[in-house]
Unconditional design. Structure first.
Length: 623
């Protein structure tokens, strides 16, 4: 697979026609970024759609919970109004002994009946009944009227679920779903009730909580307003809302079937859903759904609201289809434009290329064109025409300039700079000039010029680390021009080290040593050199590593101790090792014996050279 991609890249780079190459390049440059951007936009928009849907549902559910609280508040208001009435106080807030002999006044009973009639609206409040302790009180049913049977003995509902709860618990109020009511209550008044326990006045010093009930005040109310509120909350198909109490009894639901499917016990709300009033994705047997629960204030009720996840993901999928259609439309337009642009550019470049190819069979001839244009291709055409007229003079002057530069740099640096590097570089420039590669010649000369400018600067013996790194990169660039990019040079030095100083010609001799004796001695004549750096306390440490052939242990000490190595026929090895030795010696003399170079090498694996210098800026440097 790796070789396949290499072959494809080579075919694209060297063999594919320019017109096709431009079409592919334009298409990739347009389509890849837009594909990434479209994907990013889709993810963001999908998240926004999800969040908006959940926020909208959360706001609607909170509004529904508030409506339910208002309905319950109305019921509790009716109950409180009755409990606080003077008639109820006079009738039931008694001791057991007083209750047994109590005969209520007729006017108080009339007032109580009038109050209950006014509070019963048959819309929300469907009925009011007082279940008195018939084991103590005399018969109060005789005060009932034909239209208002207010009083009933508690023994008539002793089998109800709510009476059992009051008998075993110390609750004083209870919101009762239909399950808690007796069949007669549910049949006469409806399926919901709010029942309050009224107790006898206990003897002095006794606990009020343990007092026996003198009566139970039951306010029956309609469940349909709660059903309607929950149905309004379920705004889409498959959405459901229901109310359960702390004993896991269903009070009301927008859809009983869905409520049963998505039922969660009250004591598992936090573990399954999380914090209250917040929608979370919950897994159910019939599919995932976003679920939230809302406590109903001053009750043991919870409103549970849920929205199937498919409702939100469907909106996301619809958005995705729209984006894909827009992207495909944009892609078709972009490819059409890319084709037109590629043809307009390629035809003119191809004409120049064919004209330049004629140099293989003779001297270059200028292109015959009535109008070359003012863009880069026109400049290229004009430049080619000018080049064909001036090429001989340019090559001669370039060769002379290269020779003068080589001699000047050789005299200036002598033993510090390897003369063979300069000679070989200029020889390469000469070859480039002879082959008519003007741009490569110019690039090589400019690189070499910058290389020696950084070395021969008259600002002293120091460079900034940024300048020294540039100097080394220029060296590698020149060498790679000569050796067909056989070495990959990677620099990983933090920007904050750029303004610190380092002696000139610190990196280059080490990189040269790694190049000539590490990598070029390998059979494949290619490799990698890595230069990294970091701050270490008050010092700066650099590490130059290569994957060359390595250095035998017996030669490591001689490199730094005497600056000698194995010589080659042209003296390259001696000059390189002397450069490394001189670099180590200069660092130690400038900064002290604790600084300088250290070598680590594994034959057949590579070499690591550590450079340690103090962290000094230009104003703090000794030279």
């Amino acid at each position: 697979m790796r070789n396949f991609f290499k072959r494809m890249m080579r075919h694209y780079t060297y063999d594919l026609k320019l017109k096709n190459k431009l079409v592919i390049s334009h298409a990739l440059l347009i389509l890849l970024p837009t594909a990434v951007l479209s994907g990013f936009i889709f993810v963001k928009l999908y998240g926004i759609v999800m969040d908006d849907s959940i926020r909208s549902e959360q706001a609607l559910s909170a509004q529904t919970a508030a409506s339910i609280e208002n309905l319950v508040s109305h019921v509790t208001y009716v109950s409180d109004a009755l409990k606080e009435s003077s008639s109820i106080h006079r009738l039931f807030y008694l001791s057991e002994s007083d209750a047994a002999a109590f005969e209520p006044e007729q006017n108080r009973m009339d007032s109580l009946f009038h109050l209950t009639d006014s509070l019963t609206d048959n819309t929300m409040i469907t009925g009011i009944r007082i279940y008195y302790d018939d084991s103590v009180y005399p018969d109060l049913m005789k005060y009932n009227t034909e239209g208002n049977r207010l009083f009933a003995p508690v023994s008539s509902v002793s089998s109800s679920y709510w009476y059992g709860i009051f008998s075993t618990m110390h609750d004083r109020e209870l919101l009762c779903p239909e399950l808690y009511l007796s069949p007669s209550e549910a049949g006469e008044f409806g399926r919901l009730a709010y029942i309050s326990k009224i107790t006898y006045l206990p003897p002095v010093g006794s606990d009020q909580e343990l007092a026996q009930a003198s009566a139970y005040l039951a306010v029956y109310f309609n469940g349909e307003p709660f059903d309607s509120a929950l149905m309004n909350n379920a705004s889409v198909k498959g959405e459901a809302a229901y109310i359960i109490n702390s004993r896991d009894v269903m009070v009301s639901a927008s859809d009983m079937a869905l409520a049963g499917i998505y039922y969660i016990p009250a004591d598992e709300f936090f573990s399954e859903i999380g914090p209250e009033k917040t929608f979370s994705l919950v897994a159910y047997p019939d599919g995932d759904a976003y679920t939230a629960y809302f406590p109903v204030r001053n009750t043991d009720w919870y409103m549970v609201s849920l929205l199937p996840s498919s409702h939100i993901t469907d909106a996301g999928r619809k958005l995705m289809v729209q984006l894909i259609m827009a992207y495909l439309l944009f892609t078709a337009a972009a490819l059409f434009i890319a084709l037109k642009l590629s043809v307009s550019i390629a035809d003119r470049i191809i004409a120049v290329a064919y004209q330049m190819e004629s140099v293989r069979t003779g001297r270059p001839r200028p292109m015959e064109a009535e109008e070359t244009g003012c863009d880069e291709i026109g400049v290229l055409t004009d430049t080619y025409n000018y080049m064909t007229e001036e090429i001989n003079d340019l090559m001669n002057s370039q060769e002379k300039a290269s020779e003068d530069l080589r001699l000047a740099e050789f005299r200036a640096l002598q033993a510090q700079i390897n003369p063979h590097f300069l000679y070989n570089t200029l020889d390469m420039i000469n070859w480039l000039s002879r082959t008519g590669r003007k741009e490569d010649v110019t690039k090589a000369v400019q690189t070499l010029s910058r290389f020696y400018k950084l070395t021969l600067s008259k600002r002293g013996l120091m460079n900034t680390i940024e300048e020294e790194l540039e100097h080394t990169e220029l060296y590698v660039e020149l060498q790679n021009m000569r050796y067909d990019d056989c070495v990959s040079f990677v620099v990983d030095v933090p920007d904050e080290l750029s303004e610190y100083t380092i002696p000139k010609l610190t990196f280059q001799p080490i990189v040269e040593n790694a190049w000539l004796h590490g990598i070029m001695d390998k059979e494949e004549k290619s490799g990698n050199i890595l230069l990294t750096g970091w701050r270490q306390g008050g010092d700066i440490v650099f590490l130059i590593s290569d994957d060359g052939i390595g250095i035998p242990p017996e030669k490591l000490e001689s490199i730094l101790a005497e600056g000698k190595g194995d010589s080659t026929a042209n003296g390259t090895s001696d000059s390189v090792h002397i450069g490394v030795y001189n670099t180590n010696l200069r660092l130690k003399r400038l900064y002290g014996d604790s600084y300088g170079l250290t070598f680590q090498s594994s034959p057949g694996t590579g070499t690591e050279v550590t450079i340690k210098i103090p962290a000094k800026r230009r104003e703090d440097s000794p030279v």
